[in-house]
Write a protein that binds this ligand. Structure first.
Ligand code: FAD
Length: 371
């Protein structure tokens, strides 16, 4: 018998497991995958930590979360400065003075602000009816055409004229040369990879991999007083009310026999013709070096393709529309009646959580549950 059975060795499950053990509880963690760390899993290929389920950059303003997670990993100084590639023209992201200088040749912040204002006025859109009109009314035609249109259409699989305007509420424009994408006080990549960080959280805890809780639910339920379930909430109830939808991403990984492919961790392809949305070159999350500071001779890249999700695919981004929101609320009601089970994390709560938010959420649950 265990005090807690934790289903899922992702960040939520690992944080809960660590805190429960610290509080003197007996804990068993299971995961249906062959590895720990859930979606932040990193796998070593040619000495490079490859982010298997998509690039993960840790960033937070939450000092409590930062103090917590840095007990389990040292973080490097990586800051996210993506580059946009529009038919071979390269631009800085987020939109800043480098972007505006390249786009229009403007030199001062006043000139850049005037150019944006001129383009917005020329468009003459007062009541945007779709995402295209909304974006043009915020930043004008040039930035929209070169840096927003193609990328957004690939991401959503639909023309911007058919997407609702509310998807883009604001488009941050920086009249400075600041290339740091996230406005976060604390950020970086754990030295040695995320898998090592999660292994440190799970140190001394019994973990069983390749174990699907739902396939042996009755057997597992008698093993613990309580279950922390971080799998999909609709799967838990055998989809009896219907299936919650996701947006998915397909990754095509390639190992190249050269030290440098694109000179940056992330390059977004913002034209509509290139089929992938971006290319990640994993070694640049760690400055192209291994843990001993040696240069790595090869490189690993991942092309990302945004895709429609169908049952059986890896679920990535919850679809925040009314239909899915209502269905989740119905599942939530059922979940509240499961006295022995706590539903948590991105799949258990059908919610997009950044890593810092999922850690904060797990720590909140620990405070309630383990007090
Ligand atoms: C493409 C992508 C990029 C992202 N990039 C960033 C980023 O740059 N920065 C950032 O802060 N956040 C990022 N995130 C968010 C981050 O991935 C999440 O915050 C985090 O992974 C959530 O952890 P979790 O424990 O809730 O879920 P997960 O990591 O999904 O863990 C859940 C675990 O439960 C297991 N499981 C499910 N069902 C069962 C079952 N029946 N039996 C046994 N085990 C089961 C799964 O195998 C999985 O290991 C990104 C997310 C995506 C999709």
């Amino acid at each position: 018998m265990y005090d807690y059975l934790i289903v899922g060795a992702g960040l939520y499950g690992a944080v809960f497991a660590h805190e429960a053990k610290k509080a003197g509880k007996s804990v068993l963690v299971i995961d249906k995958r062959p590895n720990i760390a859930g979606n932040v899993y990193t796998e070593k290929v040619e000495g490079i930590n490859v982010h298997k389920y998509g690039a993960h950059i840790f960033h937070t303003n939450n000092k409590k979360v930062w103090s917590y997670i840095t007990q389990f990993a040292e973080f490097n100084r990586f800051t996210n400065s993506p580059v946009a590639n529009y038919h071979g023209e390269l631009y800085s992201l987020p939109f800043n003075m480098y972007t505006f200088n390249k786009m229009w040749g403007v030199v001062t912040p006043e000139e850049a602000a005037a150019k944006i204002e001129e383009q917005r006025k020329d468009a003459g859109i007062t009541e945007p009816k779709n995402l295209e009109e909304q974006a043009i009314s915020l930043v004008g035609t040039d930035i929209y055409e070169k840096l927003i249109k193609g990328y957004t259409e690939k991401q959503w699989g639909r023309p911007c004229t058919e997407l609702p305007s509310f998807i883009i509420k604001r488009l941050p424009v920086r009249l400075t040369f600041d290339n740091n994408y996230f406005n976060a006080l604390y950020q970086g990549i754990p030295v040695g990879g995320y898998t090592k960080m999660v292994a440190n959280l799970l140190d001394g805890i019994e973990v069983r991999l390749n174990e699907d809780y739902l396939a042996k639910k009755a057997e597992y339920d008698v093993m613990a007083d309580k279950v922390i379930y971080t799998g999909a909430i609709d799967a838990y109830f055998d989809y009896k009310l219907g299936t919650l939808e996701y947006r998915s991403v397909r990754f095509e990984n390639e190992t190249l026999d050269k030290p440098n492919f694109q000179g940056n961790a992330a390059v977004n392809y913002t034209d509509v013709e290139t089929p992938w949305t971006r290319i990640i070159e994993h070694k640049w999350f760690e400055f192209g070096k291994d843990e001993d500071g040696n240069d790595l001779p090869k490189t690993v890249i991942s092309r990302e393709y945004s895709s429609e999700w169908k049952p059986g695919d890896e679920p990535y981004y919850p679809v925040n529309d009314e239909k899915n929101g209502q269905l989740y609320a119905q599942y939530r009601e059922l979940a509240e009646k499961e006295n022995k089970v706590i539903f948590g994390g991105r799949l258990g709560e059908y919610k997009y959580y950044d890593m810092d938010a999922v850690i904060a959420s797990a720590l909140d649950m620990c405070e309630k549950e383990l007090a």
